[in-house]
Write a new protein. Structure first.
Ligand code: TRP
Length: 456
């Protein structure tokens, strides 16, 4: 009885479009626009994309559906979900790990998002116009290793994130996602049209779509799988939390497919906006994070209309980052407010405040004048890079592995079917789904994990 009352009082997404916008907003982020193109560059283009698509289909998609169904079945945050579905067992620690991962990921994510904000200002004020490639590189180096500015932007970005999350699911997250995601789509299409109509764009498209299998090795496959996790927001309870706000009428299988396709499509569209433009100006596709912050400003300042397209590009990055950061913060806020019974406001302040402090530490670890930049942590890297390593190699793979095992072996087919086939929905590929969560995904993730931490 009490439970039923609780169910009624929980804030939910208000519409199907809102669900897709919010979940796709979480998935589509810096991962798609900042990271996917550059790792595609590192591993040689099209062949890597094909490997990535296979990872998405066999592991990413089943895992997303798993997270959705755990969340919706339990109607709870990432920790509470396991407590309700497996009471009296240590499974809730999977949720805890997700909450920890949210702190870790959002700390560096908010710093990079802060860089995007600074780059909007740089683009608007025309800082890059007439600069040489060396100068543009120096601008990037100077800014990211400065002491004050990156911290200020991190705080501003976290402030905006908290402000949206504080407003709740329907009136905060959903409302902004429904406005920001269409905006993102329009901007990326404009940038794509600009890029492919440049003379010489063809070699960039060939780089993206003509596979060179010689570049594919074990490391590339691991990078593809790791990125599939990050890009689809899996392994830390984001989709469990969002799943808990999805109504029982909705078809979870379809929702997961739509979000997966949207995420993959935007990553490809980002590649199409970037590589043809880069190749058209005969620039080497910068392998590494400099691709968007150094290579692209270079491209924009040579491109007709580049002033305008440059601004659009960094607005795009910021919008993508924002709809993801709110989903990360929501994992912590949902946990604080439901498990610790804090008000949403208090939960947001506490979570947002603590994460901002970690974000400041990340920014400081890059600041050349700070003593903290001399402190080396995991594998000899500074704090910010250690946070990235922790999430990529430890927290997300273990979190994802545990969710698969939980759905495949603990819940089992009958309970899974009950949830995904609710209210007349029907999942036609149940056997594939069960094989994927019971065997394919856990084994693949275990391999990535063991490789990532250097055991194999
Ligand atoms: N998927 C987002 C991106 O591509 C980042 C993100 C949001 C994320 N929520 C997450 C990554 C949860 C891992 C886990 O940028």
């Amino acid at each position: 009885m009490i439970d039923n009352n609780n169910l009624q009082q929980r804030d939910n997404f208000g519409s199907r479009l809102g669900i897709i916008a919010a979940a796709a907003g979480s998935a589509i982020g810096l991962g798609n626009i900042w990271k996917f193109p550059y790792i595609t560059g590192v591993y040689g283009g099209a062949a890597f994309i094909l490997v990535y698509l296979i990872c998405i289909a066999l592991i990413g998609f089943p895992l997303m559906l798993s997270e959705f169904l755990v969340g919706r079945k339990a109607q709870k945050n990432a920790v509470g979900a396991f407590k309700r579905l497996a009471p009296g067992t240590p499974w809730f620690m999977t949720g805890w790990m997700g909450v920890v991962a949210a702190f870790v990921i959002l700390s560096f994510y908010s710093v990079v998002a802060g860089w995007c904000l600074e780059y909007i200002v740089k683009a608007v004020t025309g800082v890059f116009t007439g600069s040489t490639p060396e100068q543009i590189n120096a601008i990037y180096e100077g800014f990211t290793t400065a002491a004050v500015k990156p911290i200020v932007w991190t705080i501003i970005f976290m402030g905006i994130t908290c402000w949206i999350v504080m407003a709740g699911i329907k009136d905060g997250i959903e409302k902004y996602a429904k406005f920001l995601m269409p905006l993102l789509l329009v901007i990326i299409i404009i940038l794509d049209i600009r890029a492919v109509t440049l003379p010489g764009a063809g070699s960039g498209l060939a780089f993206l779509f003509k596979p060179d299998w010689s570049k594919i090795n074990g490391e590339a496959v691991l990078a593809a799988l790791g990125h599939a996790f990050f890009s689809l927001s899996l392994g830390m309870g984001t989709m469990i939390t969002y799943g808990s706000y999805i109504g029982k009428k909705e078809n979870l299988g379809e929702t997961a497919i739509q979000v997966t396709i949207a995420d993959t499509l935007i990553a490809l569209l980002a590649g199409i906006a970037i590589f043809p433009a880069v190749f058209a100006f005969g620039i080497e596709p910068g392998a590494g994070p400099r691709l968007v912050f150094v290579t692209l400003p270079n491209v924009f300042q040579q491109m007709p209309g580049g002033y305008f397209f440059g601004i659009l590009f960094f607005v795009l990055l910021t919008v993508a980052a924002l709809t993801s950061s709110i989903s990360i913060l929501e994992v912590v806020v949902a946990y604080f407010s439901e498990e610790l019974k804090w008000s949403r406001k208090k939960a947001t302040f506490a979570a947002g405040g603590a994460i901002t402090v970690m974000g400041i530490l990340c920014a400081l670890s890059y600041a050349s004048s700070s003593a903290f930049s001399k402190v080396k942590l995991i594998q000899g890297t500074v704090f910010m890079d250690s946070m990235m390593w922790l999430s990529d190699n430890l927290l997300l793979p273990i979190g994802g592995l545990l969710v698969c095992v939980f759905v495949g072996w603990v819940l089992g087919r009958k309970k899974v079917e009950e949830e995904v086939n609710s209210e007349g929905n029907h999942l036609g590929y149940m056997p594939f789904f069960m094989v994927a969560v019971k065997f394919i995904a856990p084994i693949a993730i275990a391999i990535v994990f063991l490789k990532g931490v250097g055991i194999i």
